[in-house]
Design a protein around this ligand. Structure first.
Ligand SMILES: *Cc1c(COP(=O)(O)O)cnc(C)c1O
Length: 465
């Protein structure tokens, strides 16, 4: 047995992988475990030295390519000072610098940075802060509002506001009460009359409704829920622009703005979960900038460290923060924290990432790449196995269907999405599907040539279906 086979054997013996049917994994279905040994820029290299184009940013985290020299250097430098120190009762320069940098690029109403270490905790923190805030106001608000198809993390609290039945329904008895409004998933929306061809270049939600022949039911449901129940709702949560984990469900232009306006009207704090879509993935630094939305909480993680290390922040307003101030014996303290809160190595990586985004004009250089991706996707949309393509910035969902005209899906037992991705892997391209939606989640530094390579490899695989 060579080293690779020994490693695979030990992995199968000892390891339980996330979101993985281990019986399939053990049977090499649909592929033998791939052991990644190193990476550089857009490529991952396996233990045999074979290279793979990383089309999912190592599950939505790597932002500026692998082994960016400046981030590497910043982390190494920090290792020589201190790798970890608690944030309970102590502080450190990397975190202080990072909070200032973040506040400089966020809307001005967001003024206080609370650190944690992953996306789920960033959302939990926002939910708990909002919940406790209302207690200080003398109101008992025991539920939240979110969208069907939403994904906000895998802890119990974030699952309670999650609307992805496949992941969440089994745990339902454990959840607190939550209101779900219709997901703005136009392709499979029962209320629209017309099909709008990609790309969807409408100006605002009003125009969108006109073109779609749609009644705007998705936003109407938000209004109905809020008008009836706002006194019960501690906060409303939304992943702005893109319900990524549901298969890149891109919201109609202006939808997020309407959602935010309704929250404001009914005095319900708004939590924007930008764990996936933040830091340039939509083409702007934050997705809320597209609609000029100023939330009461923003949750950030994934790309924040360039995809190097676990780190997250929940950023909120003075209004929320001030409500927690008081005498020690009033116990208004926010009793929440994690062992690795504000890990200095992670903060150093995040500082370097934000410096690069600014100094290297990454977002400006990104714009022509987005145009290129859009052009490539538009040509792929003509394929008769492509039912719908949704994209924002460097994120795209390609929904593969059996019958394009009727939008009829393949039998899920065929595992079409997974099979296509397994074949792409043989061609040296790594992407991961969500059901039969092929997901692209690209580094901001990916080249036009690499983008075209991914799209043409996908086309080749779709031809075989
Ligand atoms: C990934 C993700 C989370 C959870 O983040 P983890 O770091 O995996 O816990 C939460 N919200 C959104 C929108 C995400 O994409």
């Amino acid at each position: 047995m060579n080293i690779k086979q020994q490693l695979i054997k030990k992995d199968k013996q000892n390891v339980w992988h996330p979101y993985t049917q281990m019986a399939d994994w053990i049977n090499n279905d649909p592929y033998e475990p791939l052991i990644i040994e190193k990476a550089k820029d857009s490529y991952l290299y396996d233990i045999d030295g074979k290279k793979y184009l990383d089309g999912v940013s190592s599950l939505w985290v790597t932002l500026l390519g692998h082994r960016n020299p400046k981030i590497d250097k910043a982390v190494k430098k920090q290792i020589d000072r201190v790798s970890h120190t608690t944030f309970l009762g102590l502080t450190h320069k990397p975190a202080i610098e990072l909070s200032e940098k973040l506040l400089n690029i966020l809307p001005k109403n967001l003024t206080k940075v609370f650190y944690s270490d992953n996306g789920s905790t960033a959302v939990e923190v926002a939910l708990k802060m909002a919940y406790q805030y209302w207690q200080f106001k003398g109101e008992q608000r025991n539920c939240f509002l979110s969208l069907k198809n939403a994904y906000h993390g895998d802890t119990i609290g974030t699952m309670a506001v999650g609307g992805t039945d496949l992941f969440h329904s089994k745990f339902k008895p454990l959840f607190f009460k939550n209101y779900f409004a219709q997901s703005p998933y136009c392709y499979r929306c029962p209320y629209r009359k017309n099909e709008v061809p990609f790309p969807n270049n409408v100006k605002n939600f009003k125009e969108h409704k006109k073109i779609m022949g749609c009644s705007g039911q998705c936003i109407k449901e938000v209004e109905i829920i809020l008008s009836k129940n706002h006194k019960e709702i501690a906060a409303a949560i939304i992943e702005p622009i893109n319900q990524a984990a549901a298969g890149m469900i891109i919201m109609p232009k202006g939808y997020v703005k309407e959602y935010a306006i309704l929250c404001k009207r009914y005095n319900v704090p708004l939590i924007c979960d930008e764990v996936a879509v933040g830091f340039g993935r939509t083409g702007k630094m934050f997705a809320i900038e597209h609609d000029g939305v100023k939330p009461d909480f923003i949750c950030l993680s994934k790309g924040i460290t360039g995809g190097y290390l676990p780190l997250a922040v929940t950023v909120t307003t003075n209004k929320i923060y001030d409500a927690f101030l008081g005498k020690y014996e009033e116990f208004k303290t926010f009793f929440h924290g994690h062992s690795y809160t504000a890990n200095p190595l992670a903060c150093a990586a995040a500082n370097a990432t934000l410096d690069i985004l600014k100094k290297d004009n990454v977002l400006k250089k990104l714009q022509p790449k987005i145009v290129h991706l859009e052009k490539e996707l538009l040509s792929l949309y003509k394929h008769d196995k492509v039912g719908n393509i949704r994209h924002s910035g460097v994120m795209a969902g390609i929904e593969v269907v059996k019958d394009k005209k009727k939008g009829k899906a393949f039998d899920y037992k065929l595992k079409t999405g997974a099979r296509v991705c397994a074949n792409l892997r043989k061609e040296g391209i790594i992407i991961r599907p969500l059901g039969d939606t092929l997901v692209l989640f690209l580094h901001l530094t990916m080249t036009n040539k690499e983008i075209s390579k991914i799209i043409s490899a996908i086309r080749k695989q779709l031809d075989k279906l």
